[in-house]
Design a protein around this ligand. Structure first.
Ligand code: M6R
Length: 604
């Protein structure tokens, strides 16, 4: 995910900005840049790839006087990871860095282009600096121009802006994306998008609230709130532990990543939805020509997300779809036809088994597509086409936001294909797109639900096993819920299709067998309910997850009433993730690094 730093003071600003960006490396990035205003002159540097490339470019640049500077690490979402798309973005005499998404950027850009402004990048961010300079032409106050610009932006942002006419001022604004300012006894000012770059430099920090904006100079720090009223900063002591600072106040990276799913999915959707069309600009329009069948291959969580795709591709796009666990596919001399599109799914893009199946498909002359979170990974480099999930770095070994963004991509891809095959009507596509736009809100963790699951978890720390059950896409979700639980709690858990329980597993039913039942209101509710009743009648302990109250359950996790089963899917996904997390915490396990597991499995 992108990172921001800013500095105002007399020290070596280049070193401070680069050092700050280094502290944000853990968030992941694919390009970086800085801009420094010293003695009235701007110097700006950008580089793709690792920070070492930026360090190399700046090696002869000296900052030994008072200066102001801003810096950024970019994780490409809108536009490829190129130098032109890297921040800071330049206007005539100003630079900006930005985290978040400017939702109305296309409309602003259109107007600016009509007025003669030339854009250098494909980013949403660049509109900020041009809009600011346009406003500056119509007012004598730089701050007024900045404020007007902020008022004109819609979406989420943390912004730092510097301009030649104000040699000692950094302008800032925050809404929806985190940012803080740090101070010390030497009267320096530091900005960052998380605590870590400030540790060791600052003693006190002020975390900006949504809609805060203002400016700093060597002697002033002025903040306004959303009503335009000046407000007092609220300084607190800065943490000193870097690892806990990286977790942004969460206990574990997994927990942080569960909460980050709102932003991750918003990034996944960004630029890919029109009102009545799904767009994948990264795909060649001929990708599906001559294709009569799709084969999906993956491991672990990625396999589960792909299993949901088998339901969605057949339902929406009427495309024959099958799936294989990559480690099985490799050695069974599979039949591969040229009319088959081979899709691999991987968070890391490095999983050995999945990578090998991709090589096999390429050798067999199949068209290949990878759905991946890591640009430039082995699979991305090898496949003919690629869709990036844009989940940001996932540190917890137990995958959460990678799964959420993969399923989102599959839902969109099923519609993209349905558009091409005209297997859904334009009205149906429009309806699905409206639902997709609601996914970020449906993965927002509610405090009440988290607290409830925390309390509930104490009843599920023992027993002789868990069955997670569901039908249709809720079967892969059940598999994923079971995988999450076993990975981090070390309790035995299985995912099962609910209708299959009576064909064997029901023999295990007793009060010490815990059934986690996924009961979506909008998909096969009555069928699934009967299966759960069969288990309840045999005294299995039932924890139902549904929006409809269920009197046969011992425990009940209520999700909000949703418009569609896919939104119920995402609501339940969060509940399952939290349940595993809280059980693991109570058992005293290392949630982020469970025993025997590695984040990226690069061996067979
Ligand atoms: O990077 P990949 O998606 O290819 O990884 C596949 C599996 O190793 C991975 O999903 C694993 O199952 C996770 N630990 C699940 O939480």
């Amino acid at each position: 995910m992108c990172g921001i730093v800013g500095y105002l003071g007399n020290k070596n600003s280049k070193e401070i900005l680069l050092g700050g960006l280094k502290e944000l490396e853990y968030r992941g990035y694919d390009s970086a840049g800085i801009a420094v205003l010293q003695e009235g002159e701007f110097n700006s540097f950008k580089a793709t790839g690792k920070l070492i490339n930026l360090e190399e470019k700046t090696k002869d640049f000296v900052t030994d006087k008072f200066s102001i500077g801003i810096g950024h690490t970019r994780w490409a979402t809108h536009g490829k990871p190129t130098e032109l798309n890297a921040h800071p973005h330049i206007g005539d005499a100003s630079y900006v860095v930005h985290n978040g998404i400017i939702e109305n950027y296309a409309a602003l850009k259109k107007d600016l282009i009509a007025e003669g402004v030339t854009f250098l990048s494909q980013t949403d961010t660049e509109v900020i600096v041009h809009q600011f300079e346009k406003n500056l032409k119509n007012t004598t106050s730089t701050f007024e121009a900045f404020k007007r610009t902020i008022d004109e932006l819609e979406g989420a942002y943390a912004i730092l802006l510097v301009t030649k006419g104000e040699k000692e001022t950094i302008f800032f604004a925050k809404n929806g994306s985190p940012m803080l300012i740090g101070i010390n006894a030497e009267n320096e000012k530091y900005f960052a998008s998380s605590d870590t770059p400030l540790i060791g430099h600052c003693t006190d920090v002020n975390y900006f609230e949504d809609c805060d904006y203002g400016y700093v100079t060597p002697d002033t720090f002025t903040i306004f709130n959303k009503d335009g009223k000046e407000k007092k900063p609220h300084f607190t002591k800065l943490l000193t532990n870097k690892l806990s600072a990286q977790k942004d106040g969460y206990r574990f990276f997994m927990e942080k990543e569960i909460y980050e799913q709102v932003d991750a999915i918003a990034n996944t959707l960004l630029g890919r939805l029109d009102d009545n069309e799904v767009l994948f600009d990264e795909l060649d329009s001929t990708l599906f020509e001559g294709i009569n069948e799709i084969k999906l291959c993956a491991c672990g969580t990625s396999y589960h997300s792909a299993l949901t795709a088998t339901y969605l591709f057949e339902r929406h796009a009427k495309m024959k779809t099958s799936i294989e666990v990559a480690s099985e596919f490799r050695y069974r001399n599979p039949i591969m036809h040229k009319d088959m599109l081979f899709i691999v799914i991987s968070q890391s893009g490095e999983t050995a088994d999945t990578l090998e199946t991709l090589k096999m498909a390429k050798e067999a002359g199949l068209k290949t597509l990878v759905i991946c979170n890591v640009d430039n990974s082995s699979m991305v480099r090898l496949a003919d086409s690629c869709i990036l999930t844009r989940a940001g770095v996932e540190k917890g070994v137990a995958s959460t936001k990678a799964f959420a963004t993969q399923v989102t991509i599959f839902w969109m891809l099923s519609l993209y294909l349905a558009q091409k095959k005209k297997s859904l009507s334009p009205q149906e596509i429009t309806k699905e797109i409206a639902l997709l736009r609601e996914v970020p809100a449906s993965v927002k963790v509610s405090n009440d639900m988290h607290e409830y699951i925390k309390r509930l978890s104490k009843r599920y720390l023992h027993g002789h096993g868990f069955f997670f059950i569901g039908r249709d896409v809720f079967y892969p979700l059940a598999l994923e819920g079971a995988l999450k639980l076993k990975e981090i709690s070390y309790l035995h858990a299985e995912g099962y299709p609910s209708g299959e329980m009576k064909h064997g597993p029901i023999a295990l039913a007793d009060p010490e067998l815990f059934t986690i039942a996924l009961l979506p209101q909008h998909l096969l509710y009555d069928k699934t309910k009967s299966n759960v009743e069969e288990l309840s009648a045999r005294d299995s302990t039932i924890c139902a997850i549904s929006s409809i109250d269920f009197d046969k359950a011992d425990d009940f996790i209520a999700i909000p009433t949703c418009k569609d089963y896919m939104l119920e899917f995402f609501e339940m996904m969060v509940a399952l993730q939290l349940l595993s997390l809280e059980i693991s915490v109570r058992l005293g396990n290392d949630v982020d690094m469970p025993r025997n597991l590695a984040k990226s499995v690069t061996v067979e």
